[in-house]
Write a protein of this length. Structure first.
Length: 295
C-alpha cells in the first residue's frame, strides 16, 4: 500500500480518512487527525522514560528525542496545510519540548523487570535512598513549604519500602525455578485460574511471563497480601506488630488520594520527627527481611 493510501482516524468526526484526502478537509479536522496520529505514536518522556540526573536528564532507551515539527512535517507536509501543522506544533511544544516513541506496556514491563532482576543490592539501594531523603531534611524552609516537602518525603519513604519488597522478592523468586513453582502453587490468584486443557502447554511455556506480569502489577504497599506472599514462598515472617506501617500507609493514602486530607476533611500534618521515625522503622524492617536472605 502506498503511504498516501494510509488510513487515519479522526476521533471528533468518528471517521477514517486516507492520508492523501485530508488536504480536502477543514483545518480543524486536519489538526484532529494529525493530533490523534501523533499521540498514537509519540508520548512525553515523563510518561515512561527513565530519568537520571547524574546523566543529565532522560535516558532515551526507547529512541529519540523527537521534535514535533520534524515528525509532523515528515508525515503530513505533502498532505495537510502548513497553517494546520504549525498550529498543532505550537500546541504540542507547549506540552513538551521533546517526545519519544510510544512505549507499549509490554516493553515497559520488560524494562522495569530487567531493572529489578539486575538489582542484587536491594537493601543497599533502600539505605542509600533513605540517606538521600534525610539530607533533604536539612534544607531550611518556611513552615508552609516544609509541610509540603514533608508530605512528599513521607510518600516517598513508603515508595522506597514498596520498591525494596518488590525488588527483593522478584529478583529472588525468578532466579530460582523451585521458588517459582512454589509461588505458582501457593498463590490463590493462580490456583483459581481456569483454562481449557488444550491450552496447557502454552500456559506452561508462558508461566514465567505470567508470574512476571502478576508481580509487576502487585500492589506492594498492601502489606497484608505481601506478607502472605513472602511467608508462603520464602518462609519469611514480617514483624508481629505491623500497626505502625499500616497507619503510615493509611496516611500515605490520604496524602496521595485525598489531596492531603483525612476522611473527615482535616489536613494531614507531617512532622520532621515523624518522618525520621518512619525512615528508621523502614530501615530496621528492611534489615530484618534482609537477614533471611543472608542466612
Amino acid at each position: 500500500m502506498n503511504e498516501s493510501d494510509k488510513i487515519l482516524y479522526c476521533p471528533e468526526t468518528e471517521k477514517e480518512y486516507r492520508l492523501k484526502d485530508i488536504n480536502k478537509l477543514d483545518s480543524n479536522t486536519q489538526k484532529n487527525i494529525m493530533r490523534n496520529w501523533f499521540y498514537s505514536n509519540f508520548e512525553d518522556p515523563a510518561e515512561n522514560t527513565p530519568y537520571e540526573s547524574k546523566e543529565g536528564g532522560y535516558i532515551y532507551i526507547w529512541g529519540g528525542p523527537f521534535d514535533a515539527k520534524e515528525v509532523l512535517d515528515d508525515m503530513f507536509a505533502n498532505y495537510a496545510s502548513r497553517e494546520s501543522i504549525n498550529e498543532l506544533v505550537s500546541e504540542l511544544e507547549s506540552e513538551s519540548a521533546e517526545w519519544v516513541g510510544k512505549v507499549s506496556s509490554e516493553a515497559y514491563d520488560e524494562y522495569f523487570y530487567s531493572v529489578i532482576y539486575d538489582n542484587y543490592e536491594f537493601t543497599e539501594t533502600l539505605k542509600n535512598n533513605l540517606n538521600n531523603l534525610k539530607k533533604l531534611l536539612k534544607i531550611n524552609l518556611s513552615p508552609k513549604l516544609a509541610q509540603y516537602m514533608y508530605k512528599m518525603l513521607f510518600v516517598n519513604v513508603i515508595t522506597i519500602l514498596e520498591t525494596f519488597l518488590s525488588d527483593a522478592f522478584i529478583s529472588t523468586v525468578l532466579r530460582d525455578e523451585q521458588l517459582l513453582k512454589d509461588f505458582v502453587r501457593s498463590n490463590q490468584d493462580f490456583a483459581n485460574r481456569k483454562f481449557p486443557l488444550n491450552e496447557i502447554f502454552d500456559r506452561v511455556d508462558n508461566i514465567e511471563k505470567d508470574v512476571k506480569t502478576y508481580l509487576l502489577e502487585l500492589n506492594w504497599h498492601n502489606l497484608a497480601k505481601v506478607e502472605k506472599v513472602y511467608n508462603s514462598v520464602l518462609d519469611i515472617d514480617f514483624p508481629k506488630n505491623m500497626k505502625f506501617f499500616y497507619k503510615a500507609i493509611a496516611k500515605r493514602h490520604d496524602i496521595v488520594h485525598r489531596n492531603g486530607k483525612t476522611k473527615g476533611g482535616s489536613d494531614v500534618l507531617i512532622t520532621r520527627d515523624e518522618l525520621i521515625e518512619l525512615m528508621d522503622e523502614v530501615h530496621t524492617f528492611a534489615e530484618g527481611i534482609d537477614n533471611f536472605f543472608n542466612v
